[in-house]
Design a protein around this ligand. Structure first.
Ligand SMILES: NC(=O)c1ccc[n+]([C@@H]2O[C@H](COP(=O)([O-])OP(=O)(O)OC[C@H]3O[C@@H](n4cnc5c(N)ncnc54)[C@H](OP(=O)(O)O)[C@@H]3O)[C@@H](O)[C@H]2O)c1
Length: 345
């Protein structure tokens, strides 16, 4: 299977390269770069020394699958001819995640270059939408905060176990979530020994989370979503609060019902795990791996359930999930090339 990566020098691009380099069915034949064409990848990322890959310009050869790991706005303009050439495209950016192009334009502040093609894309969160992904040619790989949030919330909303307008998502991310580009707010001295909220009630992942929760609840859902920047390289920890549905069993039964719902949703899954009672997710559980970890507790004093969800933003939140999606659309075992365990410490 011939695969390529556009944006290979970015953080998600190099993570794709790390994963695909060990994938038994993938042959990396193209690494596109607008800034480093002609250089060996090791000149940009020395830890990839010996792979022997040379970065090329953005002239894309014939491929089975192309991963687009570029800033939003570029994929929408470029994808149609690629699909016509029979290349399957997995976009790690946001161009095909929102079904409504006007919502995209409102939140991303750019004109969508090809609104007509959005309906061809599938939202690629395998544990929730696996059946829809199989056989598709265009995959919108979910955002990192949405992945952590939706894994925790969708099964509970589908079962009507939460009051849908009471959801609060308090999420924290490592700095790699912002990509490799230079930005003053991300300098070491700004981030180190610091902890701050950003994008409060206006982060671009809000409409993506709300869109998928609305599908799950079959009714419009709004959430309070507050992301935070944590002085660490990788990882997302989302702490989620919601009032449980009225009439949900007796006091003693509520936590059991909520737990059973997530347990049933993920007990067959290889990458999403509801931890044993009392064990709370940590970002290091997922560091460098495609695993996601969940835990919940019902607080009977407030009537709220508190759910904690942890992923690695660059793996389950981006490149690992993209490889999982590739495996599904190409009819391969879903975990192929993703078995490598994470790193600790
Ligand atoms: N970082 C995460 O945790 C994460 C998680 C989920 C999704 N995503 C999404 O994945 C995509 C890639 O993210 P990333 O974190 O890998 O970004 P990044 O580190 O900033 O890399 C993006 C790459 O795109 C290329 N590029 C081409 N045109 C560009 C332009 N006009 N401006 C800037 N870069 C340009 C650059 O590579 P060349 O110079 O070699 O062309 C750059 O290295 C984004 O859409 C992002 O939202 C990121």
């Amino acid at each position: 299977m011939k695969v390529g990566i556009l944006g290979a020098t970015g953080y998600t691009g190099q993570e794709l390269l790390r994963l695909l380099n060990n994938h038994p069915e993938a042959e990396i034949v193209y690494l596109g770069s607008s800034s480093s064409a002609g250089k060996d990848i090791a000149a940009v990322y020395p830890h990839l020394s010996g792979c022997g890959y040379v970065l090329e310009d953005e002239c894309i050869p014939d491929l089975d699958v192309l991963f687009v790991a570029l800033p939003h706005g570029i994929a929408a303009a470029r994808v149609e001819p690629l699909l016509k050439r029979g290349i399957k495209v997995i976009d790690l950016g946001a161009d095909f995640r929102l079904r409504d192009s006007l919502e995209y334009e409102k939140w991303y502040k750019v004109k969508h270059a090809n609104p007509g093609i959005i309906s061809e894309a599938v939202y690629g969160l395998p544990e929730l939408y696996r059946d829809q992904i199989y056989g598709k040619s265009l995959v919108a790989n979910p955002g990192c905060y949405p992945t952590a949030s939706l894994l925790a919330l969708v099964p509970l909303l589908e079962e009507g176990l939460l009051q849908k307008q009471t959801i609060v998502i308090d999420a924290k991310s490592g700095v790699s979530g912002a990509g490799r580009g230079v930005n003053q707010a991300l300098h070491f001295s700004e981030v180190n020994e610091n902890f701050k909220a950003y994008g409060v009630a206006e982060h671009r992942h809000t409409p993506e989370i709300e869109q998928q929760l609305t599908f799950a609840a079959k009714n419009k859902v709004h959430v309070s979503f507050v992301p935070h920047l944590v002085p660490m390289t990788r990882g997302i920890l989302a702490t989620i609060y919601a009032q449980v549905a009225e009439g949900l069993g007796t006091e003693g039964q509520k936590e059991k019902i909520l737990r059973e719902c997530l347990k049933e949703a993920y007990q067959q899954e290889q990458f999403v795990h509801l931890l044993p009672e009392g064990v709370w997710p940590q970002t290091k559980y997922c560091y460098g791996s495609n695993h996601a970890f969940l835990q919940l507790k019902y607080d009977e004093r407030t009537g709220r359930v508190i759910i904690v969800s942890a992923i690695d933003n660059l793996v389950k939140g981006a490149s690992g999930q993209a490889v999982q999606n590739m495996n599904i659309i190409m009819g391969l075992p879903e975990g192929m090339g993703l078995a490598a365990r994470g790193m600790w410490p």
